[in-house]
Design a protein around this ligand. Structure first.
Ligand SMILES: Cc1ncc(COP(=O)(O)O)c(C=O)c1O
Length: 462
């Protein structure tokens, strides 16, 4: 067979020419195996998994033999069970285990297989709850700009991530967006401490403008992940959001797809704010990437009402309550608990944040933020004015490639400023990372930033 120019076989030894990748121009090395915090490609190169797999997934690390063993055992016993007619043991047990760690009054769990399914089904549960309460005009979801809740149409409707929304325009449903709680680029130009929490009060204004009788739910990430680069809300934000949702009779959905199960140094992200949402949508870390697994965790009052009204949930997917995934979830939660990994997240998270703060000496590092092992950095052309790099320069992508070439995987993001301009990176290494491995991450990043800065055209230097 004649090899054409695009056939990657010659480069990596694998024929990747029939594979549709997200980035159509990049030469993807082939990953061969993972062990602990490391990934190895087929050429034997080692990478630190600094962003938790693709984006904040890997919690207990790669290649865990205990998980592999229970997977094999479960696959032999029963890998798939028809959810319309059977309960299965791992499914029931995992719902119980989640109930043991979920916030008080939230002891009801519905299992799914991905984050977008979780957020969409969270909205559906909210709708069914209001429908049964005879609040049948309540349809509108309020989300936040630079909030990300998934790539399917319903999840994208609630999301405020411009690049991913843009070309689908009117194919998305109606949703309202308010600005995020993001002090580095406060929408009102205010300073925390003297701001009267305008970002939270914007929710009340949006609900009143839309009409509370029409507003179904408010959805937000406790720490904004992909679209802002690990921005936690200020301490007073979620308590005020909770108060506004109660006052206006709006369901509060916490999107904990990234922040759930220990990632931020608490069992759930909302625990940092001592707030109990009505619904939690969660995924990723619960299976640590070993199988697709997600969960919607509901307030008891929601399920009590649906049960009392015999209102069966009008949703569900083929892989709901999947025994193989549930078995993995049980084991991952056990490992997190037995190895005290949330404590390690807190300790290593502080070390990572301190290390990254050391990189503020770089002329392009504008801000460092995060919570637990979810850390972000924002890059600017001018630190005083916070002017971003032109989007077409692709600062984040350049930095990603330099870090990757040095054996560190990070997750780059754009649109930090206004959905279009702005560059940030997200870092989220596995919970098992050690102090010296954190230092390695910071050292590689330091070098990679230096290289990208050296390559900046003269007109882009401040
Ligand atoms: C906060 C948040 N919600 C939802 C999703 C969607 O999850 P998935 O990609 O598993 O559908 C993501 C994915 O990154 C996310 O970060």
């Amino acid at each position: 067979m004649e090899l054409d120019g695009t056939l990657k076989q010659a480069v990596v030894g694998w024929d990747l020419s029939r594979v549709v990748f997200r980035d159509l121009e990049r030469d993807y090395p082939v990953v061969e195996r993972g062990e602990g915090i490391y990934l190895y490609d087929t050429k034997g190169r080692r990478y630190i998994d600094g962003s938790g797999g693709s984006s904040v997934v890997t919690s207990i690390g790669h290649g865990n033999r205990r998980v592999a063993a229970v997977m094999a055992q479960q696959a032999e016993t029963i890998a798939f069970s028809p959810a319309h007619c059977f309960a299965n043991q791992p499914h029931v047990e995992l719902c119980q285990k989640i109930g043991e760690i979920s916030p008080p009054e939230m002891k009801q769990t519905f299992l799914l297989s991905g984050g977008s399914e979780a957020t969409e089904n969270a909205v559906k549960f909210a709708r069914q709850y209001e429908y049964v309460r005879n609040n049948r005009g309540k349809f509108t979801v309020i989300g936040r700009w630079q909030g990300f809740h998934g790539n399917t149409f319903g999840a994208m409707t609630a999301s405020g991530i411009t690049y991913r929304r843009q070309i689908y325009g009117p194919m998305l449903g109606h949703a309202v967006k308010i600005p995020p709680c993001f002090c580095y680029r406060c929408e009102w130009g205010l300073t925390y401490g003297q701001c009267n929490l305008e970002c939270a009060r914007a929710l009340r204004r949006a609900i009143r403008q839309e009409g509370p009788e029409n507003v179904l739910a408010f959805i937000a990430e406790p720490v904004v992940g992909a679209a802002l680069g690990a921005v936690p809300a200020v301490p007073e934000y979620f308590p005020l959001i909770r108060e506004i949702c109660d006052e206006q009779d709006v369901v509060f959905i916490a999107d904990e797809v990234m922040t759930g199960f220990g990632r931020t140094g608490a069992k759930f992200g909302v625990d940092h704010w001592s707030v109990i949402p009505d619904i939690i949508a969660t995924a990723k870390g619960i299976s640590g990437g070993y199988t697709p697994l997600a969960a919607v965790i509901l307030r008891d009052k929601i399920m009590d009402l649906l049960r009392s009204k015999h209102s069966n949930f009008r949703g569900g997917h083929t892989y709901c309550a999947n025994p193989l995934s549930a078995r993995v979830g049980i084991e991952v939660l056990a490992i997190i608990r037995e190895q005290n990994l949330i404590e390690n997240v807190r300790r290593m998270g502080s070390r990572l944040l301190a290390g990254l703060q050391g990189l503020l000496a770089h002329p392009t590092v504008g801000d460092v933020r995060g919570k637990g092992l979810m850390a972000g950095m924002e890059f600017v052309r001018n630190k005083q004015t916070k002017e971003p790099f032109p989007p077409e320069y692709q600062f984040g992508k350049r930095l990603f490639e330099e870090a990757f070439a040095r054996g560190l995987v990070i997750f780059p993001g754009t649109g930090t400023v206004d959905g279009v301009a702005g560059n940030h990176i997200l870092m989220a290494p596995p919970f098992i990372i050690t102090a010296s491995q954190v230092d390695d991450m910071v050292a590689i990043l330091d070098e990679a930033i230096g290289v990208v800065e050296k390559g900046l055209p003269a007109e882009m230097r401040s």
